[in-house]
Design a protein around this ligand. Structure first.
Ligand SMILES: CC(C)(COP(=O)(O)OP(=O)(O)OC[C@H]1O[C@@H](n2cnc3c(N)ncnc32)[C@H](O)[C@@H]1OP(=O)(O)O)[C@@H](O)C(=O)NCCC(=O)NCCS
Length: 330
């Protein structure tokens, strides 16, 4: 495939109205405090959705911005790919509800399950659909309402996550140098139990016992996940740079998955990218899983840190495990 095949024509993001600080979480009766959370994760606050702020409504809000910025009408979207681990319903895909909310009358729509790598995987799938001739314009969304699947009694996990949505419009590149220059994605399902929801699916359906024990919520072996995240994100940045035949010096901005500022720092250090060329907003949103990268990208564009000609390295890691990377020229 001769790249670039697809470029990012527009971006948008949406987060819930309510901001919850670390002190607010401690005030919920949990044995935690602001100093611990900031020191170990870099997180200071997160946005948590109200019942009327559904995954569909957040994703649609982010998508409208992205489509407006791209100058694309709803009827021009060929496919909607929504990376998420927290759909509004188990059936059908939330992407279909987004399709209806936006009035994308011609669009195919499906969800993609790759946890925190969800947007990155979705962008690579979108590029492939464009390369294969199935689509010219693809709406690629990363969106989560993790507050619905977090155990609010478990301090090991609940302080880490937040809700939000980010959207991007990918379009067929017609000559020029703008677009996806390289990509990389991998998985390792041997370690699923380090970060998962043990019950609530087919193997152990929802029951009063499951609900009482919170076994339908996210469980994580934080220290183990941390090690794998650092290793895999480092590998991912190496592979995407190699494939694009670029070095760290060519990268204007690293936009990594936002789970923990210490993982971000380790990734940047490995890649040889100085802090001033690394985007961080985990302090304000926590880990919004599939949504972190497209939210960060939209903010980076709004802040003028990504502009025409910028070369951006993206790296993601999530439950599965899944991980991957992209180099994109804007
Ligand atoms: C979860 C994470 C922040 C924990 O940080 P850590 O430095 O590894 O901390 P540890 O697991 O070593 O735990 C240290 C202590 O803090 C305690 N602790 C855990 N959560 C706490 C909280 N919210 N408040 C206060 N103390 C807490 C632990 O119980 C442990 O106590 P112990 O030493 O008495 O057993 C970190 O491991 C992490 O970010 N992991 C990866 C998370 C991630 O990226 N997940 C998503 C992947 S996409």
């Amino acid at each position: 495939m001769k790249r670039p095949v697809a470029y990012i024509a527009g971006t948008g993001h949406a987060v819930p109205r309510r901001v919850v600080t670390n002190d607010d979480i401690a005030a919920m009766g949990l044995d935690t405090n602001d100093a611990w959370i900031v020191e170990r994760t870099g997180i200071r606050q997160r946005h948590l959705a109200a019942p009327d702020e559904t995954l569909t409504s957040l994703a649609a809000q982010a998508s409208r911005q992205a489509m407006e910025q791209a100058g694309v009408l709803p009827g021009e979207i060929d496919v909607i790919v929504l990376g998420t681990a927290s759909p509004d319903h188990l059936l059908p895909a939330t992407a279909v509800e987004v399709q209806a909310a936006l009035g994308c009358s011609r669009a195919a729509a499906f969800d993609l399950g790759a946890a925190c790598s969800g947007w990155l995987y979705s962008a690579i799938v979108a590029e492939s659909l464009i390369a294969g001739g199935s689509a010219d314009t693809v709406l690629v969304i990363g969106a989560e309402k993790l507050s619905s699947i977090v155990n609010w009694k478990d301090r090991n996990t609940c302080v880490l996550f937040g809700d939000g949505a980010g959207a991007t419009v990918l379009r067929r590149a017609r000559g020029g140098h703008r677009g996806i220059l390289s990509s990389y994605m991998r998985s390792d399902g041997a370690l699923t139990q380090l970060l998962w929801r043990p019950a609530g699916g087919n193997v152990e359906p929802l029951s009063p016992e499951v609900m009482a024990e919170g076994r339908h919520c996210i469980q994580m072996a934080g220290r183990e996940v941390f090690k794998h995240a650092v290793r895999s994100m480092a590998e991912a940045t190496d592979r995407a740079l190699d494939a694009a035949r670029l070095t760290a010096n060519d990268i204007d901005l690293l936009i990594p998955h936002q789970a923990n500022v210490r993982i971000i720092d380790a990734t940047a250090k490995h890649a040889g990218i100085p802090p001033e060329r690394v985007f961080v907003n985990v302090d304000r949103y926590g880990n919004t899983s599939a949504a972190t990268i497209p939210i960060a990208l939209n903010e980076a564009i709004q802040q003028g840190r990504v502009k025409e000609g910028s070369t951006v390295l993206f790296a993601a890691f999530g439950a599965g495990f899944t991980w991957g990377s992209l180099v994109v020229r804007f």
